[in-house]
Design a protein around this ligand. Structure first.
Ligand SMILES: NC(=O)c1ccc[n+]([C@@H]2O[C@H](COP(=O)([O-])OP(=O)(O)OC[C@H]3O[C@@H](n4cnc5c(N)ncnc54)[C@H](O)[C@@H]3O)[C@@H](O)[C@H]2O)c1
Length: 255
């Protein structure tokens, strides 16, 4: 089992969904984890359940001053920071024709600017402790077009931000990578009507589980990946590997 004993992590959007699974797994592996989210009640309940290895801190990731408070709290709590998971994210689900400028800006602010602010605020403390790992949660929508323009643009942007940060922080021992999940059923999309078609197109024939994403995040957060930086890792049941060609092959009888 991966050992994160003595490590401190921050997971944004850690109150539920994939973030919650990442918090639980890192704590199982010995880390102390700050859960940062706008969902105060849910986050506090989770921290209480997990005991002294967890701490909830209310944060809107678009708030630069809020990030400074989070870093100060990490310093007070354990004196160090080793891992940041920029997981908080929202989706808008409207087309270019119907997306308002406000809705566009909010998705970009949360999904992309939030990660930038997190990198900027936390990298110095991670570096001061000898280095560590930052994982940005994008999406397989970071490789293709998508029905939500702001979501797609924000997730493509995260891949560029990741590579840029990886270059800037490499000499300080701070690695930065992107995880790109495919279709995972969470509160983000549970009420959507796209689940059947998504699963039908996914070569492995199912949705992913939040625990499966957490395992990949754990690998990137831990020393097991110590020579890995600036990369993106897709976890989507084969969707972007060629789902469209596979569908053509199935429909023409070749598969
Ligand atoms: N569910 C999927 O199919 C899927 C696929 C690919 C990528 N993702 C990405 O995975 C990440 C986690 O999503 P999820 O599926 O667990 O959904 P979720 O809605 O369950 O979790 C998102 C979390 O982010 C928090 N959050 C939202 N705005 C915030 C803000 N401004 N500041 C702080 N926290 C905020 C929410 O309160 C929530 O706890 C997101 O970045 C999402 O884009 C999800």
């Amino acid at each position: 089992m991966t050992d994160l004993t003595g490590r401190t992590a921050i997971v944004t959007g850690g109150a539920r969904g994939q973030g919650e699974a990442e918090v639980r797994l890192m704590i199982e592996c010995g880390a102390r984890v700050m859960i940062c989210d706008v969902l105060a009640e849910t986050g506090e309940a989770l921290a209480e359940e997990l005991g002294e290895s967890a701490y909830f801190h209310a944060l809107d990731v678009t708030d630069a001053d809020g990030w400074e408070e989070v870093v100060a709290k990490a310093r007070d709590w354990t004196g160090r920071l080793d891992i940041l998971v920029n997981n908080a994210g929202i989706i808008n689900r409207s087309l270019i024709a119907t997306t308002t400028p406000e809705a566009w800006r909010r998705v970009i602010e949360v999904n992309l600017t939030g990660a930038f602010l997190g990198l900027r605020a936390t990298a110095p403390l991670i570096a001061a402790g000898g280095g560590g790992s930052i994982v940005n949660i994008a999406s397989h929508a970071a490789f293709t077009g998508h029905s939500d323009p702001a979501y797609s643009a924000s997730k493509w942007g995260l891949r560029g931000l990741t590579k840029t940060a990886a270059m800037e922080f490499a000499a300080k021992g701070v690695r930065v990578n992107t995880v790109c999940p495919g279709h995972i059923v969470t509160s983000l999309n549970r009420d959507g009507i796209h689940h059947g078609p998504m699963i039908a197109l996914t070569p492995l024939g199912r949705s992913g589980e939040v625990g499966e994403v957490a395992q990949l995040v754990l690998y990137l957060a831990s020393d097991a990946s110590r020579f890995v930086t600036g990369e993106e890792f897709t976890l989507d049941g084969g969707f972007i590997a060629g789902a469209a060609y596979r569908r053509v092959a199935v429909e023409t009888g070749a598969l």
